[in-house]
Ligand binder design. Structure first.
Ligand SMILES: *[C@@H]1O[C@H](CO)[C@@H](O)[C@H](O)[C@H]1NC(C)=O
Ligand SMILES: *[C@@H]1O[C@H](CO)[C@@H](O)[C@H](O)[C@H]1NC(C)=O
Ligand SMILES: *[C@@H]1O[C@H](CO)[C@@H](O)[C@H](O)[C@H]1NC(C)=O
Length: 298
């Protein structure tokens, strides 16, 4: 049975839409690039480094060698994040072997960064015939690991905050899909060595219990502070950011006191002492007429 005219028309339309993208339809092609669905896994990969020098390792083609982040005992998989999902992730590296211990020394000493990357988009499902091969793009994610080095061991701050930004979209919906824009990861409370805090004394052979607090921003911008302080996560929750608001109030308070001190109290005191011999650099040697304060000479 020959196909009906409607089926033929549909087939035609289908073929039209599956034609390889041409140069002038590059915007169409842009739009056709895949984006992450809410919750899609995003694998973390990091530069492989020489344990002798900490330098990155290159392959025969002078390309940097990227390897998966170490596997977590919890998932038995290398660390991964999930698009748009704000979570607390535990990732225990079951055993810090000798090479990894030396690399941790490089990272903590900032001789080499723990430089990782995330694919900006998921891989495409199908390659259009005749189209240019799809080139995966990545965003850098440096894990700023903090700690201190000792002769026989090291202390490492095991909790890290991970901030991930998406590229802006015209309309943001809860549980949105999207593309990665940028990110940052850093150890928190590096100066705390209190018992029970998330700092670990580490020797070769120990497990390394890392934990990550992952937060998402729907645009490259940070939460705004004009008027109300609001933080709209991609997950669709509004975080009434009381902590942040308190911090802003605190800083405002400090600034107000400073303005009061320098604007009201200090000029009064200065008037009280007659500003005699006040010079910025001349130390009362008769040069300058600036605002520095020297010892009273009366
Ligand atoms: C990293 O590089 C070293 C030295 O070239 C190599 O022995 C090691 O297998 C590499 N690591 C991975 C996971 O490929
Ligand atoms: C992560 O580990 C901590 C400490 O071991 C534990 O209290 C917490 O419940 C764990 N969180 C998750 C999400 O597994
Ligand atoms: C790794 O996971 C296994 C199974 O859950 C557990 O028995 C073991 O104690 C874990 N090891 C570490 C270092 O957390």
């Amino acid at each position: 049975m020959p196909p009906s005219p409607i089926a033929q028309a549909l087939l035609g339309a289908l073929l039209l839409f599956t034609q390889p993208a041409t140069a002038e339809s590059s915007t169409l092609r842009e739009g056709a690039l895949p984006s992450y669905h809410y919750g899609a896994p995003i694998a973390v990969e990091c530069m492989n480094r020489s344990i002798e020098t900490g330098e990155h390792i290159q392959n025969e083609k002078d390309e940097i060698e990227w390897i998966p982040f170490p596997s977590c005992n919890e998932t038995l998989k290398p660390l991964e994040f999930h698009y748009g999902i704000e979570s607390e992730i535990n990732c225990t590296i079951p055993m810090v072997d000798d090479p990894f211990f030396h690399l941790l020394e490089f990272y903590i000493h900032s001789d080499a960064p723990l430089a990782c990357r995330l694919p900006a988009r998921p891989p495409p499902h199908v390659e259009a015939v005749g189209a240019e091969p799809y080139k995966q793009e990545y965003i850098p994610l440096v894990f700023a690991l903090a700690g201190t080095l000792q002769l026989s061991h090291l202390h490492i701050s095991t909790h890290l905050n991970v901030l991930l930004h998406s590229t802006p979209k015209h309309h943001i919906h809860p549980h949105d899909s999207g593309v990665l824009d940028s990110g940052a990861a850093y150890s928190t409370s590096p100066l705390s060595h209190m018992e029970g805090s998330q700092t670990r004394r580490l020797v070769i052979g120990d497990p390394l219990p890392l934990s990550f607090s992952v937060r998402w921003f729907p645009t490259p911008a940070l939460p705004k502070t004009e008027g109300k302080v609001e933080w709209q996560g991609i997950g669709g929750h509004i975080y009434a950011s009381t902590m942040f608001y308190s911090l802003v109030s605190f800083i405002t308070g400090v600034l107000a006191s400073a303005v009061y001190f320098f604007g009201v109290i200090l000029p009064k005191r200065l008037r009280g002492r007659g500003m005699g011999g006040a010079t910025p650099l001349g130390y009362g040697m008769g040069v300058g007429n600036g605002w520095g304060i020297s010892k009273r000479m009366d």
